[in-house]
Ligand binder design. Structure first.
Ligand code: FES
Length: 104
């Protein structure tokens, strides 16, 4: 029998729901961060740097590095590793500062 963290604690996931990500529906469970949902779906990069457009995803996982910035429900610059994924959320990748619509 394979031992997993869930099997060791006898955990049972609560009801699943979905969040939107760049037009896709991704399965999520209560308690997961946005980054956890993206990782579970095999998505490792969801942002590009302002200089050079290098791909970025979660690096530190604890809210310190800001590599994981994403737009959640229209609000840019949200740290995916800290933001809980809530049912019906719409998450989009973020390019640059996330304020391209404000550029003059
Ligand atoms: S991964 Fe470092 S702030 Fe989110």
């Amino acid at each position: 029998m394979m031992r997993t963290p869930r099997s060791l604690v006898g955990g049972a996931p609560s009801a699943e729901y979905t969040i939107g990500f760049d037009g896709r529906e991704l399965p999520a469970q209560a308690g997961q961060s946005v980054a956890a949902v993206l990782w579970a779906a095999g998505i490792l990069a969801w942002r590009t740097t302002r200089e050079g457009g290098a791909p970025r995803g979660a690096f530190c996982g604890i809210g310190s590095c800001y590599d994981c910035l994403v737009t959640v429900n229209g609000r840019p610059n949200q740290r995916a590793c800290l933001v809980p994924a809530r049912e019906g959320d719409t998450v989009t990748t973020q390019e640059g500062t996330g304020h391209a619509d404000l550029a003059v």
